[in-house]
Design a protein around this ligand. Structure first.
Ligand code: SF4
Ligand code: SF4
Length: 148
């Protein structure tokens, strides 16, 4: 399991839920793989059409999570907590990190500083990112990996 990653980043989630919807600066696209939507359907007993819209051109992602009209928040955000935490999609598990396939064939983790949890808590070690890497590998089965 080989990848590059920032060595001195600290992170601890403050549960602010900023990553669960739009902000003043950014429209959040919560992308879903087909099997992720199916897993959420099974967990919630809701058909995928109820919480997703189909998208094109973002393969392997084929759906985007619907958001509330007024606040632009994920439909599964309830009282600032994720109501489908165990089934949440890869993109939510990764945040505030992302993994890119570089042209030289290597994989590289980066992070967004928009997350208020960045700079807090303990330094993020390789094992934390290895778990994410493994989950991405399992979910995407070797397809182009980009969690944003
Ligand atoms: S934006 Fe960062 S700190 Fe806030 S809920 Fe998301 S991961 Fe946690
Ligand atoms: S699925 Fe959960 S973690 Fe992901 S955006 Fe929705 S509420 Fe947030």
């Amino acid at each position: 399991m080989s990848f590059d990653y920032p060595k001195n980043v600290r992170f601890q989630c403050t549960e602010c839920a900023l990553c669960c919807g739009d902000t003043k600066k950014r429209v959040r696209h919560i992308l879903l793989l087909k099997k992720e939507a199916e897993r959420i359907s099974e967990a919630t007993f809701k058909p995928a059409e109820e919480f997703t819209v189909q998208i094109e051109g973002r393969e392997p992602y084929v759906y985007e999570m619907k958001k509330t009209e007024k606040e632009g928040k994920c439909l599964f955000l309830k009282e600032n907590l994720c109501a489908i935490y165990a089934s949440r999609p890869l993109i939510c598990r990764f945040y505030p990190f992302q993994l890119k396939n570089m042209k030289d064939g290597r994989h590289r983790f980066s992070h967004t500083t928009e997350c208020p949890g960045i700079g807090k808590g303990k330094r993020v070690g390789k094992s934390y990112l290895e778990r994410l890497f493994q989950q991405a590998h399992e979910q995407l089965m070797g397809e182009a990996t980009k969690a944003v």
